[in-house]
Design a binder for this molecule. Structure first.
Ligand SMILES: [Fe+2]
Length: 422
């Protein structure tokens, strides 16, 4: 028996941002809280268009632009206070994973009538339905626009920072607008890191002990799309200038880049659907404390750690790792989805080769080979390990790592290197 629950309505395609305001109006919204980061997204062309569309639709809006990477629970509290003070009745998360997660936290807080802090790491369950929540991702990575999860940073009395995941059936946005044109302005390094986050979601969900046939389909297609398009999506544009929405939409020469961005946008969303069903594993178990203690971007941390964890899983998940290798290198398949039949017709790839293929992809898009190369200090080792040992999704890992094995694995992540040659 297995369950599939993914209630978010997805609108996907170039220009679908235009649907945000009319759809919100259909939901009865009259005043929206717009939740964004503090920097470029909030002044982007896409955001200005969203605001103008809301004006035309007669929906008043309030802009909460205080979200930094890995939002602290105190930021969510301020957003919830703003929502209540302004009399809002709906929420739009616009940006990368952090603003959308913050929007989820605000929605849950105002519905529950208490701070999000009460729910993070405490086991307290969410019980209240949230106001209309619309997610508009401007990166192709977290997939949070379709997930039941949100990650927040908790700062305790001693100043210790830890990233804690929370999940709730009420976190599923009612509408996700996935518009690849909004991803056109992502610089290559951000495309690389967020794309590898999506790949990590697909791979961890695929090898998860809680995978299902439905999550498997999403994972394999996500991996195939990423194998086909992440390298292309990471190429700087030929002119060297900042890519714009108009330029990418209008230029025939940018056709490959546009197609690659569409692939990556869909891959991230599919991986989000999968992770909500199947969970994640120890790549995220380590990436969260690496990010919390050192500030390393989430996608970059995952990208560095992924091949090390995959290598450690070879004895327990060899067949599944082989599937991943096939999907990653099967982008030329003409079928729209690498079904089991398509996989069976493709030459098998050994689990070790699959790990090397992932490491090669990381190498090609500029991912550092290990944590030391990413300047993660040795002094953070014990704090990272302590947090990883208590990772709440540890049980989803196909290998029941002992504490000693995780210590050894973290050592390799610091100083080891996965071979990339075939
Ligand atoms: Fe992630």
């Amino acid at each position: 028996m297995y369950e599939y629950y993914s209630p978010t309505k997805i609108l996907f395609g170039d220009g679908c941002l235009s649907e945000a305001a009319p759809r919100l109006k259909d939901m009865g919204a009259t005043r929206a809280l717009l939740v964004t980061g503090t920097s470029s997204t909030a002044t982007s062309e896409g955001f200005r268009k969203l605001c103008a569309d809301l004006d035309v639709a007669g929906i008043r809006w309030t802009h909460f632009a205080e979200v930094r990477a890995d939002p602290e629970t105190s930021t969510v509290d301020r957003g919830a206070a703003r929502y209540l003070a302004e009399g809002c009745d709906s929420i739009i998360g616009f940006g990368g994973g952090s603003p959308i997660d913050c929007a989820k936290g605000i929605a849950a807080s105002v519905a529950e009538g208490r701070s999000i802090r009460d729910f993070v790491g405490t086991g307290l369950a969410f019980t209240a339905s949230v106001p209309p929540l619309v997610a508009i991702p401007t990166t192709a990575g977290t997939g949070t626009e379709v997930t039941n999860a949100a990650v927040f940073t908790v700062v305790d009395e001693s100043g210790h920072r830890s990233k804690k995941g929370t999940s709730s059936q009420f976190y599923f946005p009612c509408l996700a607008l996935v518009d690849p044109l909004l991803h056109a302005s992502m610089p290559p390094a951000l495309t690389a890191a967020t794309g590898m986050d999506a790949l990590t979601h697909a791979i961890e969900a695929y090898v998860s002990r809680f995978h299902t046939p439905i999550s498997d389909m999403c994972c394999l297609e996500s991996i195939r799309l990423i194998g086909r398009s992440l390298r292309t999506a990471c190429r700087p544009n030929a002119s060297g200038s900042e890519p714009t929405v108009e330029a990418s939409a209008a230029s025939a020469a940018s056709g490959d880049a546009c197609a690659a961005r569409r692939d990556m946008a869909l891959a991230a969303t599919l991986a989000g659907v999968a992770l909500s069903q199947a969970g994640l594993g120890m790549v995220h178990g380590f990436a969260h404390p690496v990010g919390a203690t050192t500030g390393l971007a989430h996608g970059l941390a995952n990208a560095i750690l992924l091949p090390f964890v995959m290598e450690a899983l070879i004895p327990d998940a060899g067949e599944r790792l082989s599937d991943i290798g096939v999907a990653l290198t099967s982008g030329a398949l003409t079928s729209s989805t690498p079904t089991e039949g398509a996989l069976a017709n493709t030459s098998r790839i050994s689990p070790a080769e699959a790990v090397r293929a992932i490491a090669r992809l990381g190498h090609d898009i500029g991912i550092p080979v290990n944590l030391s190369a990413a300047s993660v200090p040795e002094g953070a080792f014990e704090a990272i390990l302590a947090d990883a040992l208590s990772y709440r999704r540890r049980k989803a890992s196909p290998r029941a790592f002992t504490d000693a094995e995780l210590r050894e694995l973290l050592s390799k992540m610091y100083h080891g290197e996965i071979c990339t040659s075939a």
